[in-house]
Design a protein around this ligand. Sequence first.
Ligand code: GLU
Length: 459
Amino acid sequence: MIVTRFAPSPTGYLHIGGLRTALYSYLYARANGGKFLLRIEDTDLKRNSEEATIAIREAFEWCGLDYDGEVEYQSKRFDIYAKFVQKLLDEGKAYKCYMSKEELDALRTEQEARKERPKYDGRYRDFKGTPPAGIEPVIRIKAPRAGEIAFKDGIKGDVKFNVADILDDFIIARSDGTPTYNFVVVVDDALMGVTHVIRGDDHLSNTPKQIVLYEALGFKIPEFFHVAMINGEDGKKLSKRHGATDVMEYKRMGYLPEALLNFLVRLGWSHGDDEIFGMADMLKYFDPHDINKSASTYNAQKLDWLNAHYIKTLPYERLARDMLEFDVDFKAHKKGELLLNILRERSKTLIDMKNAALAIINAPQSYDEKAYEKFITPDSLEILAKFKEVLTLNLDANGYETLTNEFLAQNDLKLKDLAQALRVSLTGSSVSPSIFEVLEVLGSDEIKNRIEKILKERK
Ligand code: GLU
């Protein structure tokens, strides 16, 4: 069975880069009847793990990703780690190192003077003597001293590290007994039964160390997939400078989770020239072995384009529910469905939809100055006053169109003589969806009220 995991360090919010690796891990597990697990890497106890879990849970819920079983917290697993450190000590695969900070510093200075890579020289590796007094030892792994560490990365292919260049007998437990990062990741991935580790390639340099630990502990090495980073449009690693990185910030900005997931799955993976991937398509086509080798570039326009696509195509009920969070209740409006359907054609975000909806639902409090100046003239006000008189019944958009055309013909007018002035009087600006649909949404009484208002307030 395929078991994947997402293992964030608590940062207080879920980063979109993190959501992408979570999505990849999720898809691979779900598409294959496997398991997708969540582990919070909170060994740095100063950080609040509960808060991070809440933030991740909230973002996962919004995106519709779910994980199996209980969340694992590394901070609750110290006893387990201690047991495995002891096991390695007992088996002679790890040892206590009593080097003081001063000695380490001196070694480093010598190595730097010789232009060598600073590394621990293994002086306590086979130490049998009496430990120096007053020093709490660290525990170091007996790492290989020569040769290569090679593995087949599911994305990058064959990866090789020269031991002499990257390894030393690195620390697995500090002098206060706390285990180090690579050690706990390996113990957890092994005990959680993780078969496929999909993570950012900023972790690539940890992998040879982790492989050393898998071997020492006698655990099966999982398959690794190191996903290239997401860059901003300037080619630098994506950061807050480029825009939002907090997943929930996208929600607040009016993006749909479908759009964000579609955007993220395509950032780093493709299937032919296809751009639109709903969850069902992702589950059908996604394979982590097809993830791109090179870094991807964040493209804000693409996200907007996808968001517009999902706003156009998701069911009314669904969008109406999401719009409640933006304080627009389409269902409370008698023409709510029509209104949403006309607005979805021209909204890039739910915030766009909110603004456009409120401009129609609420009578204008003020008028756009430029539009007012251009379109509200003594002549157009007179036309509006006359038009008001022909409004009796509530009609649908076609009915209003016929009525309007008759009115224009009888008064020897063109649509342009009426349409913009009518838009300004109804919505406060000259930009709105099809005027006849707006008329249908408002109904004749409300249209008359708004025309009367602009007539009354004439400057
Ligand atoms: N906790 C690490 C991070 O947030 C991920 C570790 C891993 O995936 O192996 O970057």
